[in-house]
Design a protein around this ligand. Structure first.
Ligand code: SF4
Length: 561
């Protein structure tokens, strides 16, 4: 739910609490900011992007690589431009985490691809879901992961099959266009947009307009790095950690519209987004969104890849300058001042049974750490049709929702999906544990995540069955120092690395961050010096920490506090 209030600290420039982005050291070196005339490519990524619009690789995939096979693909296409079409090489099996940093890229590459299907807003029809399921079964060895950006990620894709996969996806309005790469990635939207009881404006038309006009548009297909968007009336799409977010808010004079936030992001220098203090009506979202994208395109830092996210520019400029440049150089008009959207106490995951505005129900189900399969998705589509429900939606918390369920068919649906391992009343551990791709497929990974987190959930359900905490504890598991599973905003964040065990052996493990939180009191987790745990000892560690929290916390006290 989103309400109005006066301005908040979010409108201020980044604070010490909000993140670790260091501002730019003043020097005379070019940062590759196009608007300042710094067009000289300063690293290899910038070079191959300038040689040719990476989107152009599609023709070669269809006409050359699909016929001639993996060995015909040169490096800049394979590890560069393919990403613009949602394709990464996956990790060669059998390479352990200790080798991740030492092997050359070609030694890490498998001959198969990860393929990301973008689902802007997260909702699909059962027809679309069946196509995804079929592609997974036929071309992806039945793999399918629900990512924390509402994508479906497949694995084991052979380049020979890519044109046929595209043909099938695009026949039902789905695509992999710009699902990866230095582009506007999938747009997060409320999985229950258009349905929720407390939604005042459904922003789906803005999401659709952006997708239609700008996704795959060469005008913005060469950004400094990835660009993440969230648009929702509700605070249910992690707006505080996107590059640009629009969140519903009531303006005291102008009525319902959207609060504008920019510059959020996690990864190596986590930063919560800051408000620009502006109120944006629904119909202006695409224009304002494009303006922010173009600021990033033109002023974003391109020299160093690890500083090429919008958050670094926002940290250097501050909210006031970002808004001024947006108004003066891109919109050529002033934005309306507006109040802050207020975050709920806790992140909203939509799990369980909920009444819609039209009296029907939506039901949120929890797979374990987002892992499903083509078979499961096909069975979900069948179940949804059998009970006469509406759509399926994927959430930014790796959950799955079925919409438009008649009240008297809810139990039937819950039973049917329960038989598939999708629970509408999951344990707190199944519900609140997330994991990234990890060493199974990711070339950057140092440790396993999905299987370790799945085993951890089962272990905690067993060992902590009799323990209740004043507040649910979230556990996010990453395979490396990147933050695809958002470790900095979990109560217990686990960053994969090689650690030393009690016998002095170097083994897979995690560095621990504690006390991260999103919602109305956002905090980044704190790293404690030397706070590391082996993968084998993870269960004991979490049981110890949670037991202590359960015993010592006051009623209602959160883990972070
Ligand atoms: Fe890969 Fe690291 Fe991201 Fe996990 S956090 S998916 S290991 S890059």
């Amino acid at each position: 739910m989103t309400t109005t209030t006066s301005d908040s600290a979010r409108s201020e420039a980044p604070t010490a609490r909000s993140g670790g982005v260091r501002t730019r050291r003043e020097d005379n070196r070019s940062n590759g900011q196009w608007a300042l005339g710094q067009r000289e490519p300063l690293n290899h990524n910038e070079e191959f992007k300038q040689v040719e619009d990476p989107l152009a690789v599609r023709t070669r995939i269809e006409e050359v690589y699909a016929r001639e096979g993996f060995d015909a693909i040169p490096g800049d296409d394979l590890r560069g431009r393919f990403r613009w079409w949602g394709l990464y090489t996956q990790r060669r099996p059998g390479i352990d985490g200790g080798q991740t940093a030492t092997l050359a890229p070609e030694e890490l590459d498998d001959r198969y691809f990860m393929m990301r299907i973008r689902i802007d807003g997260g909702q699909v029809s059962t027809e679309q879901l069946r196509v995804i399921a079929g592609v997974s079964q036929e071309f992806g060895r039945n793999t399918a992961d629900i990512t924390d950006r509402q994508n479906i990620q497949l694995h084991w894709v052979d380049v020979a099959d890519v044109p046929e996969i595209w043909r099938r996806l695009e026949s039902v309005g789905l695509s992999t266009t710009e699902a990866c790469g230095d582009v506007p990635r999938v747009i997060l939207g409320s999985p229950v947009a258009g349905l929720a009881k407390d939604e005042v404006i459904d922003p789906t038309p803005a999401i659709e307009a952006i997708k239609r006009e700008y996704i795959g548009n060469p005008e913005i297909s060469n950004l400094p790095r990835k660009f993440k968007t969230a648009i929702s009336w509700q605070w249910d799409c992690v707006p505080e950690i996107n590059d640009v977010s629009f969140v519903g808010v009531e303006h005291p004079e102008h009525g319902p519209g959207f609060d504008l936030l920019v510059g959020g992001g996690l990864s190596t220098s986590a930063q919560f987004a800051v408000r620009l203090g502006a109120w944006v009506p629904l119909e202006e979202i695409p224009e304002v969104w494009l303006g922010v994208v173009k600021i990033f395109r033109d002023y974003g830092y391109r020299r160093l890849r690890n500083r090429a996210r919008l958050k670094y520019l926002v940290a250097d400029w501050g909210a006031e300058k970002v808004r001024q440049v947006l108004e003066d150089e891109y919109l050529h008009r002033k934005l309306v001042d507006g109040p802050a959207a207020i975050a709920p106490d806790d992140i909203v995951d939509h799990v369980g049974v909920h009444e819609q505005a039209n009296g029907l129900r939506y039901v949120g189900f929890s797979p374990t750490v987002g892992r499903v399969s083509g078979d499961t998705l096909a069975a979900v589509a069948d179940a949804v049709d059998v009970v006469g429900a509406g759509k399926v939606a994927f959430t930014p918390l790796q959950k799955l929702i079925v919409t438009d369920v008649a009240p008297d068919r809810v139990d039937d649906l819950v039973d049917r999906l329960g038989a598939l391992g999708l629970q509408a009343s999951p344990s707190t551990w199944r519900r609140n544990t997330m994991a990234c791709t990890g060493i199974e497929f990711c070339k950057l990974a140092i440790v396993d995540t999905k299987q370790r987190a799945t085993d951890l959930v089962a272990e905690l359900e067993d060992r902590l069955a009799d323990i209740s905490t004043p507040h649910p504890v979230t556990i996010n598991v990453n395979g490396c120092a990147n933050s695809c599973a958002r470790i900095q905003v979990a109560d217990i964040g686990l960053k994969g690395q090689i650690v030393t065990d009690d016998d002095g052996e170097r083994v897979p493990g995690y560095q621990v961050q504690l006390g991260g939180h999103m919602g109305n009191t956002p905090e980044l987790g704190r790293k404690l010096r030397g706070h590391k745990v082996t993968a084998a000892g993870l269960g004991d560690y979490v049981v110890r920490v949670v037991s202590h929290y359960a015993e010592s916390a006051e009623a209602g006290e959160t883990f972070a506090s």
